[in-house]
Design a protein around this ligand. Structure first.
Ligand SMILES: [Zn+2]
Length: 527
């Protein structure tokens, strides 16, 4: 369930959340690597010190979190970088859904350390550049559009032990409830590891703000889009209902990296990758992975990046790997934050909380999202440039109670479509309309192809369109410090009470291809 309010309820009810300061985090401070050690694989403790220092250097725009503990008690460190005060998660409080966000995850497999190390270099640039007028304009454009979260190591024990699985030898990218094998998906099975539960809770907490995510692996050079799983277990296609959107997003990562664009696979995979992209089950099927789970359960456009053919390449190659992937990582953030379509649903003052369904009407361009709210709430779609139509329905009434919105997304811009629930009882047929006449927001008319939505019996008839350039503006609100932040803030998510909890969100699997083309190839190495 992507609802911010529901996430708050889930977290608030089931989790014990504590604020920590660095001195009581259970890990002793270690010095950061020296300049000569910069291009090495940093230890988990060094990452802990790194996130503390990043927060200390730019506390208004860069905040450090501990989202959970590994089997052996290592902290799972993350950073959130934003120029918007309400975009930071707090214990039990989701970030504002009004600002989109993107999440990088490293170190799911402990013996594939490239991703987590490159995320350190990325986080350093973002944290030190956030809010600075003299920073790289690309950083300004990304953070004007939204927020970036970085969870450096989902599997810190695996890194310490230099092995794939966690300390219990469980492959965390096989440890999530699977939509095919688990008939009660997305309910927990009871077999989830602490690291898995921690990530579920973290992404639940991020709520509807989280648009996209990717986890970084090694052992090949390719962008992988879901589904990873299929029904028959052979190497066969099983794309998602949003495959066109996924292929567009994958292309944004690959097209600025000639090495990946030219990658067709090596060894048993040779010739399998198309322009550096492959759909997971067409490569080799797996069940219980991150991307299938979070795409279906949280409606996050989740992918996998395989960053190097060598799982644990020599540290001497880190500078070239960073040069190779840096443009892609920036392009991928921009694809999710700088450009896209936002549906903003407003509620009159005094509204009761109710369920709202947002449905993308363009085929393969986004999943339906249902949320509960009584205050302004947004759903974001990281779509390519084009014209779009969406349907907003208030679920507490008949399905016909809704409005159809339409608008255009232009390259490098985020378009916002607004709908407002009318007051009860409606005062007029157009009681909920906004955006007409002199109050029309920028972008209406000449810039957009707005049309009045089809109204239902309740008189919902709205739509307004706002094309928003993500170039930072001079009037951008100045962030303020949250009162809970003093030296260091953290979230400890203790997930065991969640075992057995039944997730209630629904999902659509309607148009997924179920063709089962048997492959001539056997399964290749697992990355
Ligand atoms: Zn891997």
């Amino acid at each position: 369930m992507r609802s911010g309010t529901s996430s708050q309820r889930l977290v608030g009810t089931l989790l014990v959340l504590n604020l920590l300061v660095a001195t009581c985090s259970g890990e002793s401070a270690v010095p950061l690597p020296t300049d000569s050690e910069r291009w090495t694989y940093w230890s988990n403790d060094q990452i802990g010190e790194f996130v503390r220092q990043m927060q200390a250097k730019n506390p208004k725009h860069c905040k450090a979190y501990n989202v959970g503990q590994s089997v052996l008690g290592k902290q799972m460190w993350s950073l959130t970088v934003s120029t918007k005060p309400d975009a930071f998660p707090r214990p039990g409080v989701s970030p504002s859904s009004l600002s989109p966000s993107f999440l990088f995850i490293g170190g799911v497999h402990g013996d594939e350390p490239v991703g987590r190390q490159l995320m350190i270099y990325l986080a350093e640039e973002l944290c030190l550049g956030a809010g600075r007028s003299d920073a790289d304009p690309e950083i300004g454009a990304i953070l004007a559009g939204g927020t970036v979260h970085l969870l450096f190591a989902m599997n810190p024990d695996g890194f310490d032990l230099r092995k794939r699985g966690n300390a219990n030898d469980v492959d965390l990218n096989r440890n999530f409830p699977d939509p095919i094998k688990e008939p009660r998906f997305p309910e927990l099975t009871g077999k989830e590891e602490p690291e898995t539960i921690a990530l579920m809770n973290y992404i639940d907490l991020l709520g509807n703000s989280l648009v996209g995510a990717t986890h970084l692996h090694g052992g090949a050079l390719v962008m992988v889009v879901p589904f990873d799983g299929n029904r028959d277990g052979t190497r066969s296609p099983n794309p998602t209902p949003d495959n066109e959107l996924y292929l567009y997003l994958a292309k944004r990562y690959v097209e600025v990296q000639p090495e990946m664009a030219a990658s067709t696979g090596i060894g048993a995979d040779e010739g399998l990758f198309q322009n550096g992209i492959i759909q997971g089950s067409s490569w080799y099927p797996l069940w219980g992975g991150l991307q299938d789970f979070f795409y279906l359960k949280n409606k996050v456009y989740f992918t996998t990046v395989e960053m190097s053919d060598n799982k644990w390449p020599s540290q001497s190659t880190l500078p070239s790997l960073w040069s190779q992937h840096r443009p892609s990582m920036y392009a991928y953030m921009k694809a999710h934050l700088e450009q896209g379509l936002t549906v903003q649903v407003d509620f009159p003052p005094g509204s009761k909380e109710e369920s709202v369904l947002v449905r993308m009407l363009n085929p393969e361009m986004g999943s339906p999202v249902e949320f509960r709210s009584k205050t302004t709430h947004s759903v974001h779609y990281p779509v390519p440039a084009g014209n779009y139509s969406l349907r907003v329905e208030w679920r507490s009434q008949e399905v016909s109670e809704g409005v159809t919105l339409a608008g255009e997304v232009r390259p490098g811009e985020r378009t916002t479509l607004r709908a407002e629930k009318p007051s009860e009882p409606p005062t007029s047929a157009g009681g909920g309309a906004r955006g007409g006449g002199a109050a029309a927001p920028r972008g209406e008319g000449a810039q957009s192809r707005m049309r009045r939505g089809g109204s239902g019996k309740g008189g919902v008839a709205v739509s307004a369109v706002e094309n928003t350039s993500t170039t930072p503006g001079p009037n951008e609100p100045k962030p303020t410090m949250f009162p809970y932040v003093k030296l260091f803030s953290g979230i400890v998510i203790m997930g065991l009470p969640c075992l057995g909890y039944r997730y209630r969100s629904s999902f659509a699997r309607g148009r997924a291809s179920r063709s089962h083309l048997r492959s001539r190839r056997g399964l290749s190495h697992v990355v």
